[in-house]
Design a protein around this ligand. Sequence first.
Ligand code: AMP
Ligand code: ZN
Length: 466
Amino acid sequence: MLQVYNTLGKRIQSFKPNEPNTVKMYVCGPTVYDEVHIGHGRTFVAFDAMSRYLRVKGYNVIRVQNITDIDDKIINRARDLGKSWNEVSEYYSKTYLEHIGALKVKIDMHPKVTTHINEIIDFVQKLVDSGHAYVANGSVYFDVDTYPGYGELSNVRKEEWDQGEEIVKEKRHPYDFALWKAYKPGEPYWESPWGKGRPGWHIECSTMSTRYLGNKIDIHGGGMDLVFPHHENERAQTESLTGSTWVKYWMHVAFLTIKKEKMSKSKGNIVPLKEALSKYGPSTLRYWFLSSQYRNPIEYSEEILEQSSRSLQRLKDAISILRKIVQKGPIHYVKEEDVKVQEQVIGTISRFDEHMENDFDTSNALTAIHELASIVFSKLQYSEDVFGALIALDGFRKFNEVFAVMDEEFSAELDRLAKVIDAVIEVRNYLRKKQMYDLSDQIRDILSRSGIKILDSKEGSTWRFQ
Ligand code: AMP
Ligand code: ZN
């Protein structure tokens, strides 16, 4: 059973979504005032691999990721460039969507703050009405003392609750945070019951998450920098409004670093995603991002990317060998030594699954797939075992469904595998009709040792991979 690490409570838990077949996921997206960089890419790809794995497991995953298109940084950038704030945010939203698309990150909805102002105002008004927020000088602040669970997510102590906001006397407590900011000359504004103004930073995610995914979601995540204050604040305001638990699993991705420092625009040490995409391509980048488990930091270097490219090529080489075996055929009687190799192949594929089940450990899952490649180079290559080659190809297909690092088409060979197994099962059905159970059981056992389970019923027999 899938185990995931929950930042809330800092422990591993069995994964069981609120609804049996659906996983609702909300990931905090970028503030669009500059080019997205590979640090963003790392976080967004980590959640992409999780979504893909959950889809393989049969869940319907709905992923929402917001775009922060109004914020102090956007306003300041626009001033620097002599452009309007919306010109800046529109341009960078567009490039963000382009690059994240090139990186094959699948996101179902990309809501923007500025097209949800009315919903945000409603949300804030409800917090004011219920006594969780107060109006002061045209701004609205969340009264942190009204939410008893504050600090539980981040374990940050009360003395250290620093919202990183401008210090203003009008707040009841220094650790209260802005839900709505009163208008300042020269800044964009919207009309509200409290006068002209614009939303604070945290309120957008609570509003858009409940708007599109309802009052309860399964996974909420982002980079580790978001735990405090952003997610602590989102949790306080959402649960104050709904009166119930909002997020089942809080998940946070470790940083992509450069010279051991977090890559970020403000440090001036970014590698734009655009640049990395054109230099290395999406597959090598994804491969590198996923070669570490998402809770471990990754350090950027050109060498590591070149090495990732070579490692990925090793997997492609193994696949080419498998294709050749399959094309050459024919399928011969499964020999005892072939069965042993097939068992090893199946072993690596199930280890891939086991590692993914262990908090999406893509790092060890990848090691298992390289072990599969080693079996191809050292054994399958010399065996001409078409059946074994097809099972191994299916392993690579499974891997690629999660990692999405190859454009390879796996279906032709796998269709062939399906046809072969169907034919074997037809022969077995015939034997069963003739009451030749010794032989039919032997076929079932041989298939079972090759990882294929036969399911007998009155209507006939079907099969699936174990
Ligand atoms: P921002 O544009 O800074 O609001 O970040 C958008 C998302 O990318 C958030 O989930 C951040 O935590 C994440 N992020 C930003 N920089 C990095 C980094 N260097 N490594 C990993 N994730 C990052
Ligand atoms: Zn957020």
